[in-house]
Write a protein that binds this ligand. Structure first.
Ligand SMILES: Cc1ncc(COP(=O)(O)O)c(C=O)c1O
Ligand SMILES: N[C@@H](CCCC[NH3+])C(=O)O
Length: 414
């Protein structure tokens, strides 16, 4: 359940009609619901209550400052993958001591900044990264808290582009090398080994792969204990799927119950890094029909949003529901909903039954995660506005880019 529902034949975000948002802020734009973000976050904290835990929202899913701030106010931690994301968290009022830093290629500069900011932990993804973090910490005369991201070689049964826990993926340290890597880390004087971590992929719709990975991680924790390495936390990453079409992903409560069972009797704080599960269904992308065009064997609804604004359909053939903001009566037609970008892959949805007229507003549902954050300026299209609704109030949380911003920082030759 989200907070995007129809009242008086108009789709609303909480109490605000999307027609009013389009009139006030223009299209295309992203619209988020604060209440939905809060409810999704609280589903995780409620599910984990009774066990020491830290929810580290995965910033890459949606990094708008207002989104981060809403979560920071609830006490959320953050999973980051770059110095840019750390800067956003701090700018948004997030607590750096609740930040975990993942990512396969942290630069020395990013490591130094994160160390000085006092982050909770580095999720280390390779042996050479251990040495780099140790060296940066030595130069700063500090000790870096580290956890090793282990690659458990588990099939997440998701789209191959977003599966990360298989041997052939670039992420994490191979399970068979993990013990040796931990022993090495233990000997580095400027590191403190505090945890173990894995993240096997995104949009998982069953518990099995999670549990499989967790069991492998716990077996490693036991082997490490035999070497005298005692960990304080276990970070199970993100990856919990959402309902885009007819998926039935496990609820945070089901997932948490399964984890808590396995962790009972162990003194391990649990860290989770959900991104999509918090943000995807907390946002829609609002777009306007420019033209209805009859093709040879199909009809096109050409809208003002494109793959540069919402990449998921083009990149993963992802299916997201497209609905009319003010539905019309009449006989529907099958439309390919496409954008203005010069690519055949520029579509938001194919073969969608809709009753449409030019100028109609459409909402692409489930766009709150990996929507705006994956947007680009391809075809010199300014990035769109973002709006957050809080009850009966819409707030502009990112202005639509101007044309001048498109070439900001560029220079002509003398
Ligand atoms: C290390 C890490 N943590 C957390 C996430 C968030 O994943 P999701 O949005 O599927 O919850 C990702 C992205 O898949 C990730 O790479
Ligand atoms: N961007 C992807 C998910 C990748 C997750 C990043 N680790 C999506 O839209 O589904």
């Amino acid at each position: 359940m989200d907070h995007f529902n129809y009242h008086n034949n108009a789709l609303h975000a909480e109490q605000v009609a999307l027609t009013d948002i389009a009139a006030q802020f223009g299209t295309p734009c992203y619209v988020y619901s604060r209440a939905t973000i809060e409810r999704h976050y609280q589903a995780f904290t409620a599910a984990l209550s009774g066990h020491p835990h830290l929810i580290c929202y995965a910033v890459k899913a949606n990094s708008n400052l207002a989104v981060l701030n809403v979560l920071a106010r609830l006490g959320s931690g953050f999973d980051i993958v770059s110095g840019g994301e750390l800067a956003r968290v701090i700018e948004a009022g997030g607590d750096p001591t609740k930040v975990v830093f993942s990512g396969v290629a942290k630069t020395a500069e990013e490591i130094a900044t994160a160390l000085k900011a006092g982050i909770h932990c580095f999720n280390v993804e390779s042996e050479p990264e251990l040495d780099r973090i140790n060296e940066v910490a030595r130069q700063l005369d500090m000790t870096a808290p580290v956890s090793l991201r282990v690659n458990p070689d588990v099939d997440a049964q998701t789209h191959p582009y977003i599966s990360t826990g298989l041997k052939q993926n670039k992420f994490g340290i191979a399970m068979e090398r993990a013990e040796t890597a931990y022993l090495h880390a233990q000997q580095l004087p400027h590191l403190e080994v505090i945890g173990a971590d894995c993240h096997i992929g995104s949009q998982l719709t069953s518990l099995e792969p999670f549990i499989d990975a967790l069991d492998r991680l716990l077996a490693l924790v036991d082997r490490l204990a035999e070497h005298g390495i005692k960990l304080k936390h276990l970070d199970v990453g993100g990856g919990l799927g959402v309902n885009y079409q007819d998926e039935q992903p496990p609820l945070p409560a089901d997932y948490a119950t399964a984890i808590k069972q396995r962790l009972s009797g162990r003194k391990l704080t649990l860290i989770m890094e959900p991104g999509r599960a918090i943000m995807a269904n907390a946002g829609v992308m609002l777009t306007k029909v420019e033209f209805l065009k009859q093709g040879d064997d199909r009809d096109f609804a050409i809208v003002d949003a494109a793959m540069n604004d919402l990449l998921r359909p083009a990149l993963y053939s992802a299916w997201q529901e497209i609905v009319a903001v003010t539905p019309r009566h009449g006989t529907s037609k099958a439309y390919d909903v496409v954008g203005p970008v010069c690519e055949t892959g520029d579509f938001l949805g194919k073969d969608r039954q809709l009753v449409l007229q030019p100028e109609d507003l459409l909402a692409v549902r489930s766009s709150g995660a990996y929507g705006f954050t994956m947007a680009s300026n391809y075809n010199s299209r300014p990035r769109v506005a973002e709006v957050m609704v809080d009850g009966s109030q819409p707030f502009l949380i990112r202005q639509r880019e101007t044309l001048q911003q498109l070439w900001q920082g560029e220079a002509l030759l003398p």
